[in-house]
Write a protein that binds this ligand. Sequence first.
Ligand code: AGP
Length: 613
Amino acid sequence: MCGIIGVVGSSDTLGTLLEGLQRLEYRGYDSAGIALVRQGQTWRARTAAGTESVAALREECLSAPSGFSSGIGHTRWATHGAPEAINAHPHLDCSGNIAIIHNGIIENHTELQEQLEARGHHFTSVTDSEVLAHLIEDQRQLGLELSEAVRQSLLLVRGAFALAAMDANEPDVIVAARRISPLVVGTAPGVTYLASDVPAILDRATAFYAVNDDEVVRLGPEGFRATDLEGAPVRLRQLQIDWDLETAEKGGNDDFMSKEINEQPDAIRATLLDRRRRNGAICFDELRISDEELRDVKRVVLVAAGTSHHAALVAKYAIERWARISVEVDISSEYRYRDPIVEIGTLVIGVSQSGETIDTIQATREAQRRGARVVAISNIVDSSLAREADAVIYTRAGLEVSVASTKAFVAQVAALELLALRLAQLRSTLEPKDIDALFLGLNAVSAQVATTLDRRSHVELVAKELLHAHDFFFLGRHVGFPTALEGALKLKELTYLHAEGYPAGGLKHGPLALIEPGVVVVAVATDPSMHEKILSNLAEVKARGASVVAVATDDDEHIDSVADYVLRVPASEPMFTPMIDIVPLQLFAYSMARGLGRNVDRPRNLAKTVTVE
Ligand code: AGP
């Protein structure tokens, strides 16, 4: 997730861009850059200084020439190409006149780059985005004005984009366009702005407009003109913005946690973008081990902590079911101290949102010392875990600010199930048609999550009715069990109430003794193959006075007989259900915490990343 900003017609271009990039840093900060453009001159500065990238850019810009009324800026969250200055945006075309910035993923960048290089274009970066500069250059050389050149170029592109382009031969014009990645336009007298979100231009623009998918906007000092990708004029929807800056940084949400819960469909979609080669092979972000080694894996061990451990538990079911490899899941802090046995052919998967959790890093190091190959699942590019691993699949959830992990969890499950499908592909344990069907199904999950998010008001009502409760059991079977564990963790860490996740089949082995009136049992009951058993578990707890909340599918006609409250979700392939079923549980924990007056973004005693033992 990157941040983009642009301004045209300004008397404070540099100030506008640098201030906006400061506000956009939360979207990613491994590198940053600015391009200032006027007739016949494009001036560019780029830095790659991690969290100090924008500050370093500010230094660089001290030497910028004056007198530019237009420019664009970018802060990068690397998805393709290491976070180095050479890969920082803006990217230029061969002439050096055209500058572009981009947030998103160009899925067909490889074939486009091959075609452009065959036509003599020279690339200077290892990114997908640079193809846009050269595509636009080609169109400009046909005599098209910039907005038409951008539009024609985007007709060739597959993937997600929020982009802005400028050309020193067409000064005081910025052409922007959007598909999936967010983009807003702002206006003030004599100045027009664009940005990834409102906060970046909140105190500069006086009116704000949303750009929708496949819309192209030509910005000039006098205002803007928008068309669809076919060139037909469109009207941009004006946004009613009465936020203060802090609210704006939360995208209009009350807090980062609700913002990040709402970003889950995009987090899943972005994590799954551009994951298949033309030959159908499912691909990683970084791969430093051979397909043969992956094919010959005899045993998989997943190590993780907290929410990431719950995602790892889901992966156990998927890898064993699809790739037929024996899988073990361990809490990182336990694995590293239990003198683990690592035979030849062991693959260790470290799962970590931050990629900096000390126990998970030390666990994977211990495994490597004993001869294992390591795959990292990380949300932060170039994190310690990613750097030391033999292969990496990045979740692309974007920065997760709230201590309670939400969008990272669903993105981790998506990435891990992608890995399970890759292993199945290499070992031919699934037919290609089944892999295609599962891959398609995985890509449909983001829409199902969006549907579930729309049902939040019912969850809020249930939370209000249970606000007095103090004891919660979360139950599930199969992949519903890790979902239950994650639901319990969310409630614990947000409300400070006692909540325990348990396999539903384990109730009779002890916990049933705790069930009495006042105890709330929350069950994940969406897997048809386990449904009868879950219903009988719920009948047992109900008979002993528990209040029962059930997560159930829209078509479940039996659940009402044993549940006091039902949180409905769309039916899905069982292996995908953790990404969907967790949503009402996140919303339940969130609503309970808000009802109890807790700080949902900064729960007591907790930190976002545990970098000390
Ligand atoms: C989950 O809501 C917590 N923030 C915590 O359990 C977290 O998942 C755990 O500390 C692991 O962090 P990581 O994914 O960055 O390794």
